[in-house]
Design a protein. Structure first.
Length: 320
């Protein structure tokens, strides 16, 4: 399904192509008028060759990313791309050279001031001229807003809404490859007492420290989120029960051994694991598994707190 932005991009480029054809065939629009249209557009419009060099860019490029037209035309486009985006950008270029249009491809372009802007590209190859006609939009602010919408303002972790999205993604992935998925529910022990004794600002600092310790204790594939209040949820893809307990121990040890200035802080952790034997058939299946995993981890967490706190319990080890 194409986004509205992609459709608008497509219209912009097709308009350029149609106008160019009019100039060539019917002389409906003069070159001067075409150049005016191209130059005055607020969109970042460009024409590039299959060799990866810009042949023509409009003033919006200079306005948005700072490079002059001469600088942009004299260097291969990969010189402006973020190093992590070069491979995907080159693959997209190969598709264009195979006459496959690009819709809503995003990469990061280096501005003249050294910063990067996220650009969303739509491009169409012209078989006759062997040129690529493209339009780009600066979506940096949209990405920042999206990040704000999915981020907990205090800890900079995922918030609960973003957690749900990442949870469903991992449930579907693990079910397809038939690998286990585990969840940790982490709760700060006696946090209300900590807040009452030292103030909410000190409590906030403790939560930020715990968020950092959890993140540093986990793998890059794991997902940690603030679930609410002093509670954190962690998704552990491709992690069986014993490995999940080991990961919980790492998190607990990192927090216990931290050099707490005011007073020591400990956590209780509940763990649950789902083993997949079949792929899911509907989004409802994903929601059911997500709810079940969270519920079981929460029950295990309750048992850990009941057992005196500062301990780890897996759901499989409690009596229902």
């Amino acid at each position: 399904m194409f986004t509205l932005q992609a459709i608008l991009h497509s219209w912009s480029i097709r308009l350029i192509l149609y106008i160019r054809l009019d100039i060539k065939k019917d002389n409906i629009m003069t070159n001067y008028e075409y150049d005016k249209f191209f130059e005055l557009s607020l969109d970042m419009l460009c024409i590039a060759g299959a060799d990866g060099y810009f042949k023509c860019v409009n003033s919006s490029f200079e306005r948005i990313i700072g490079w002059t037209k001469e600088e942009l035309l004299s260097q291969h486009f990969t010189n402006f791309i973020h190093p992590d985006d070069v491979t995907s950008s080159m693959k997209e270029m190969e598709k264009l050279n195979d006459k496959i249009p690009t819709l809503s491809f995003t990469n990061r372009y280096r501005c003249k001031n050294g910063q990067y802007k996220s650009l969303s590209w739509t491009a169409f190859p012209d078989p006759e001229s062997h040129l690529l006609y493209a339009v780009a939009h600066d979506i940096s602010e949209l990405e920042e807003l999206s990040a704000l919408a999915s981020t907990d303002f205090l800890t900079n972790l995922y918030n609960r809404t973003a957690l749900t999205s990442r949870f469903d993604f991992n449930i579907n992935l693990m079910s397809r490859i038939k690998r286990p998925l585990s969840v940790l529910m982490v709760d700060v022990d006696f946090f209300k007492k900590y807040n009452d004794s030292h103030g909410h600002l000190a409590g906030d600092e403790a939560l930020k420290t715990i968020a950092s310790l959890l993140t540093n204790s986990l793998r890059t594939t794991d997902v940690v989120a603030r679930f609410g209040g002093e509670e954190f949820a962690i998704i552990l893809p491709d992690t069986k029960e014993e490995d999940a307990i080991h990961m919980a121990e790492r998190c607990q040890t990192a927090i216990t051994n931290n050099n707490w200035i005011i007073e020591p802080v400990t956590v209780s952790i509940g763990v649950s694991t789902q083993v997949f034997s079949n792929s899911l058939t509907s989004t409802k299946d994903s929601e059911t598994i997500r709810t079940d995993l969270l519920s079981k981890a929460d029950q295990a967490l309750y048992k850990a707190k009941e057992n005196g706190r500062n301990c780890i319990i897996h759901f499989s080890n409690i009596d229902i």
